[in-house]
Design a protein around this ligand. Sequence first.
Ligand code: AMP
Ligand code: TRP
Length: 360
Amino acid sequence: MTQSEGEKKKVILTCAQPTGKLTLGNYLGAVRNWSNMLENHECYFGIVDLHAITTPAHPATLRQNVFDCVAQYVACGLDPEKSHQFAQSHVIGHTELAWVLTCLTPIGELQRMTQFKDKAAKLGFKTAETEDGEVKFSHEGARPQASINAGLLCYPVLMAADILLYNADLVPVGEDQRQHMELCRDLAQRFNHQFSDTFTIPDAFVPKTGAKIMSLTEPTKKMSKSDENERATLYVLDEPDQIKKKIASAVTDSEAVIRSTPEKPGVSNLLTIHSALSGQTIGELEEHYAGKGYGALKEDLTEIISASLQPVREKYHELIKDKAYLKSVLAQGAAAAQKRAYRVLGKVYRKVGFPERERT
Ligand code: AMP
Ligand code: TRP
């Protein structure tokens, strides 16, 4: 996409939950790609604390996590001079628009969301689809105190509101968010059709390499910060000795051939990480490692990961001590986001028929 002079910059928006520590999956599948887009786009990055309370969150931890998150973003290369980083709870409009969209969303569409079903399953609920496509939840086997809160169900609508509130053109997300993006596009179209043209229909932007980094211990599963096995997940703030231990214990197979194939998920994942950080293609790596053992690959990979993350780690430790700076980043981000958000929200409110409020 080229940009002729005077042409408006495309708006990019993406968000992530403030879960504390960014994983290598977040870095390679998300944050690093965002920082490459700052020059040619108008960029908004939301830290979605409203989404964070759909699962139990400790207040003090949540608050600290928001700051940890900004510090890691900036450390990973998201320059606050060239982007707007904001906390979702600081901007009026996300929940307001989410409510309007909720009233355009059939419950069944939300119950069929893969991520919702996964989260329900984690609480011990069983789901089954009836012949007419309705999703039923059975308490049988669920933890005694477990219940599914309505926030978990409405999560994707709030996400759609995050995006549509800014009339974003492009939304960089990982593979796992495709279904949520489809719902967002459907809702935008539904609103435009029912009222009149209001929302830009956003496109998902899913990077090719590193779009999905897998768990180091169960490489058929996504690398995730909620994994109970601490050897499964690499964090951008991991120290070199932790990186070494985790890569050393990463699951491979007994074949001792370094090739990327679906039958070799562990080795494929290591090659994906290598390729994403070294810039070499998988083909080049397979050639380079022909006849070599897994030990050699793991040794090189440990080096590459440690070296790539060192500047991120150093910058983070410097920034996290400076709360005033982090607060100023969020304040500037929220001011810019709010300006844009009010424009879209005002338009939406008028179109659905809410009376204009007179200023006294
Ligand atoms: P989350 O950690 O689930 O809030 O995700 C934040 C962003 O990182 C989203 O764009 C995800 O799609 C992306 N992401 C999370 N885990 C991975 C992974 N293992 N591989 C690639 N991208 C990921
Ligand atoms: N659901 C996204 C995730 O888990 C986070 C998210 C919330 C998001 N709102 C968004 C991502 C808006 C992109 C745009 O990764």
